[in-house]
Design a protein around this ligand. Structure first.
Ligand code: ADP
Length: 159
């Protein structure tokens, strides 16, 4: 870690990474020198994409940007931040449900990892209705969720 570097982990399931997730990373880049997108491998719910393909999709979006990297991790998010020398956890918030959920996680992390600061950013209004679960549902009904995916990403290439 470079001295005085501000580096954040953006943790999540990212199954798949959406336009909404990208909006949080893009905003985060105005605050942080470096963002590691951490694909949590241990909290796998009913997965659409394999962990490898989630990583590949995110890597394809940010291949030209050295300030963003993607890694998978298992174990506690705070332990991964410590291992990687990341001082901040970045999360996105669409609504009050997200707020309560994120605050719960933040309070536990604050107790266990007091040196790590959680930063919550608001989702821009055009992305508040986007969720990975909606995309998974559209796929299950044979629809292409192209409007919800980051530009130039064809989800079919990662299924
Ligand atoms: P998790 O299962 O850990 O909640 P997600 O992949 O669903 O992982 O979300 C990762 C982060 O991105 C969370 O902070 C979540 O609130 C945020 N997020 C999810 N969807 C959006 C969206 N449409 N706009 C902005 N942030 C979002």
């Amino acid at each position: 870690m470079a001295r005085n570097e501000r580096a954040a982990l953006f943790p999540g399931s990212f199954d798949p990474f959406t336009k909404g997730h990208k909006s949080i990373v893009d905003q985060g880049l105005s605050l942080f020198d470096r963002i590691v997108i951490g694909v949590g491998a241990n909290t796998e719910k009913k997965g659409l994409l394999t962990i490898e393909n989630r990583i590949k999709l995110i890597g394809d979006i940010y291949s030209g940007n050295p300030a963003v990297e993607v890694q998978s991790y298992d174990g506690l998010t705070g332990d991964f931040c410590r291992e990687q020398g990341l001082g901040f956890i970045l999360r996105g918030m669409r609504n009050t449900v997200d707020y309560e959920y994120e605050r719960g996680i933040m309070l536990v992390n604050q107790t266990l990892f007091p040196e790590i600061t959680t930063v919550l950013l608001f989702t821009p209004p055009e992305y508040v209705a986007i969720s990975s679960s909606t995309i998974r549902e559209l796929i299950s009904f044979g629809r292409d969720p192209i409007q919800l995916m980051p530009d130039n990403i064809d989800l079919k290439n990662y299924l």
